[in-house]
Design a protein around this ligand. Structure first.
Ligand code: SAM
Length: 218
C-alpha cells in the first residue's frame, strides 16, 4: 500500500511541542534557528561585552538539544543553520550526542556592496547519530545557491527552497520524518512536500505560521 506523506504544522514554542512528540520518531532534524548573539549594541556604552551574555540562549539550546536527543532516532541526522557566533555553541552542545560533525557552507554566490569582506555565506552544522548509515551522494559540502531576493521575501531570514532540496534529496526517502523546529515561513516544508517526505514544522510567531501554512498546504 502506498501511504501519502504527511505535513504536521504547529503554532507554538518548539520546547513545548517537542514534549508532545513521540520518542525516537524523527529521522532528520533540519532547521534554521534564530541566529545570535543577543543585541549588545544598545548597552555597549555602559557595559563591557562578555561571553556571559550568551548564557540565556545557551541554556535554551541546551534544553533544546536534550529534547532532540529524545525524539531523534539513533540512526538519524541533525542539520542546523548557524553563523560564526552560533556555530561554536551548537558544536559544544551537540558533541555528546553524535558520532561525527561536519560544517557545510552555503555560498550565496554574490554579496551586496558595502564595507570590505562582505558577508556571503552561512554555516550549517551537520551531526550524524551513532548508528547513522553512510550517505552515498558524493557531492561536496559547499552549496552554491542565490539567497531569496529581498523584494520577494516574506521572512527576513527566508532560505531558498532549492538549497533545502539539494541537501535533503540525498538523505530522505518517502518514509522519512523531517522535523523543523524553527519553521519561519515554511521554506523547508515546501522542499519536503516536493520531495514527498513527511514533515513536522513548528513556528512560534502566528504571522509567520499562517504564511507557512498557506505555502505548504497550497
Ligand atoms: C531564522 S527563522 C527561520 C526562517 C525559515 N527558514 C524560512 O525560510 O522562512 C527562525 C524562526 O524561528 C522562530 N522561533 C524563534 N523561537 C522559537 C521557538 N522557541 N519555537 C518555535 N519557533 C521559534 C522565529 O519566529 C523565526 O520565524
Amino acid at each position: 500500500m502506498y501511504v501519502l506523506s504527511y505535513m504536521e504544522l504547529y503554532n507554538g514554542d518548539c520546547l513545548d511541542i517537542l514534549d508532545t512528540l513521540q520518542e525516537k520518531s524523527v529521522d532528520i532534524l533540519y532547521t534554521d534557528p534564530p541566529y545570535i548573539p543577543p543585541q549588545h549594541s544598545s548597552t555597549l556604552t555602559k557595559y563591557k561585552k562578555t561571553l556571559g551574555e550568551m548564557g540565556i540562549l545557551e541554556s535554551f539550546y541546551k534544553n533544546f538539544i536534550k529534547q532532540i536527543d529524545r525524539v531523534l532516532k539513533d540512526d538519524g541526522i541533525l542539520i542546523i543553520y548557524c553563523n560564526s557566533d552560533s556555530y561554536p555553541m551548537f558544536y559544544i552542545h551537540l558533541y555528546p550526542y553524535v558520532k561525527k560533525m561536519r560544517c557545510f557552507i552555503w555560498d550565496k554566490i554574490s554579496c551586496s556592496l558595502g564595507y570590505t569582506f562582505r558577508h556571503q555565506h552561512e554555516m550549517i552544522i551537520c551531526g550524524e547519530r551513532n548508528s547513522m548509515k553512510y550517505i552515498k551522494c558524493g557531492t561536496g559540502d559547499i552549496f552554491k545557491y542565490h539567497a531569496v531576493k529581498a523584494n520577494t521575501k516574506t521572512h527576513p531570514a527566508e532560505k531558498p527552497i532549492d538549497l533545502h532540496e539539494h541537501i535533503l534529496k540525498n538523505i530522505v526517502n518517502n518514509d522519512s520524518v523531517v522535523l523543523d523546529t524553527f519553521m519561519g515561513t515554511g521554506s523547508i516544508g515546501v522542499a519536503c512536500k516536493k520531495l514527498e517526505c513527511n514533515y513536522i514544522g513548528i513556528e512560534l510567531e502566528h504571522t509567520y505560521f499562517k504564511i507557512a501554512e498557506e505555502r505548504i498546504n497550497t
